[in-house]
Design a protein around this ligand. Structure first.
Ligand code: C5P
Length: 394
């Protein structure tokens, strides 16, 4: 977990996206960070400082003149911070920060910062594109500010456009990537497969499984944060696509195999987290199957085993291979069997009941030189533990 024990100051500006700053605080804490919050007076009109105080266990700082804070609170906060995140960063806040204003608690803390600063802008598209705002962004970039978003999407007034604040998960990802990741996978090309595959029965029905894609997306983001150049081949999921990763969206096992094949020549490591359907209907019907008798059967044919096909290639001709073994029982034993059968370099073995569809999981890393049983942890942290092992296999 790259944010473990990191001390992060979240500065909240006065925009409607301020409600998402609450979730951002939570997300940073989930990743192990210690968080303190500082708010502009207008931010306090959108979210209550008490909410932030409750979440962080530290009084949210809203006022440079608050007698509860002895001494210079902005100096103390800036010294404490390993990084400062401004979310939402409004047009007004960007303008004042670009000119070094220090007349509220957020700006005074920024003015005193000696650590990485990440801003997540949020405003109407016209405000974002305005010449004056772009000048301010340019100036702040020159001053070393890093950015998360803005992104294209629904804006506060009901229209759609550029200027929406990045989601809390994306802001936290950007912070890890921009401020803290060890660059131990620099120049390494990593391909991650993720999510389920969907195998069509007819135009409206398919066979699939409950894979959420979370593990694969966490791996793609973690590899990116460690400097790798990442390709994510993903089946259909509900997750936002990770930024800074080349993504190929596929539907079926055969499409996934083709996408992986296409990327293979430029790949040093393949991590197969995808829950590839083992079988597909022998024939996808072109029109909807009608309801008939009391029972029905669908003939299935085996899908190619993508990982095993890669494992069968000659050593030196193939990338480092990491597979997953999701089982309901005898997890580690099956994991060891898969390591041998599929000729993988590492298998991540975990139980379906603890992993599927959830944010956290518990796994055993099964390698050629033995097993490493890990305690329960977030998928993001597990991703980093897997990548630690990958570094040793390169
Ligand atoms: O054999 P099993 O499906 O349990 O193996 C799981 C591992 O093999 C995962 O890494 C999965 O991505 C990969 N796999 C594959 N192609 C398949 C089935 C599984 O690459 N058709």
């Amino acid at each position: 977990m790259t944010l473990r024990d990191k001390q992060i100051v979240v500065g909240v500006g006065g925009g409607i996206a301020a409600f998402k700053a609450v979730e951002l605080v939570r997300e940073l804490q989930r990743r192990g960070a210690k968080v303190r919050v500082v708010m502009t007076p207008s931010a306090c009109r959108f979210v209550g400082p008490i909410t932030m105080t409750g979440l962080t266990g530290q009084p949210a700082v809203t006022d440079l003149w608050d007698p509860k804070h002895p001494g210079e609170i902005h100096v103390e906060l800036a010294h404490w911070a390993h990084a400062i995140v401004i979310a939402p960063a409004t047009a007004n806040l960007l303008a004042r920060a670009a000119h070094g204003f220090a007349d509220d608690a957020v700006l005074a803390t920024l003015a005193c910062a000696g650590c990485p600063v990440l801003m997540a802008p949020a405003m109407h598209e016209r405000m974002w594109r305005a010449a004056a705002n772009q000048r301010n962004v340019e100036r702040l970039t020159q001053d070393g500010v890093r950015w998360a978003g803005p992104v294209q999407g629904a804006l506060a007034n009901g229209t759609t456009g550029m200027g929406r604040m990045a989601e809390p998960v994306q802001i936290a990802d950007a912070l890890e990537r921009e401020a803290f990741a060890p660059p131990d996978l620099a120049k390494v090309r990593v391909l991650v497969s993720a999510g389920p595959t969907l195998e069509d029965i007819d135009p409206v029905r398919f066979i699939s499984n409950r894979s959420s894609g979370r593990m694969g997306y966490a791996l793609a983001a973690a590899a990116r944060d460690r400097g790798a150049s990442v390709t994510l081949v993903t089946g259909p999921t509900q997750l936002p696509l990770p930024a800074g990763v080349q993504t190929v969206q596929v539907r079926t096992a055969l499409e996934m195999q083709q996408a992986i094949h296409n990327a293979l020549r430029k790949t040093d490591v393949v991590i197969m987290t995808a829950a590839v359907a083992d079988y597909r209907p022998a024939q996808a019907k072109t029109s909807k199957i009608k309801k008939q008798g009391e029972t029905m059967s669908i003939e299935l044919v085996k899908n190619p085993d993508i990982l095993a096909t890669l494992g069968a290639k000659r050593k030196g001709k193939r990338p480092v291979l990491v597979g997953f073994a999701m089982e309901t029982n005898d997890v580690v034993a099956y994991g060891r069997k898969k390591l041998v059968q599929k000729k993988a370099d590492l298998i991540v073995a975990n139980e379906a009941s603890v992993g599927f569809g959830r944010d956290d999981t518990q796994a055993t890393l099964v390698g050629k030189r033995g097993d490493e049983a890990l305690p329960p942890m977030s998928k993001r942290e597990l991703a980093h533990r897997i990548l630690d092992r990958v570094c040793g296999l390169l």
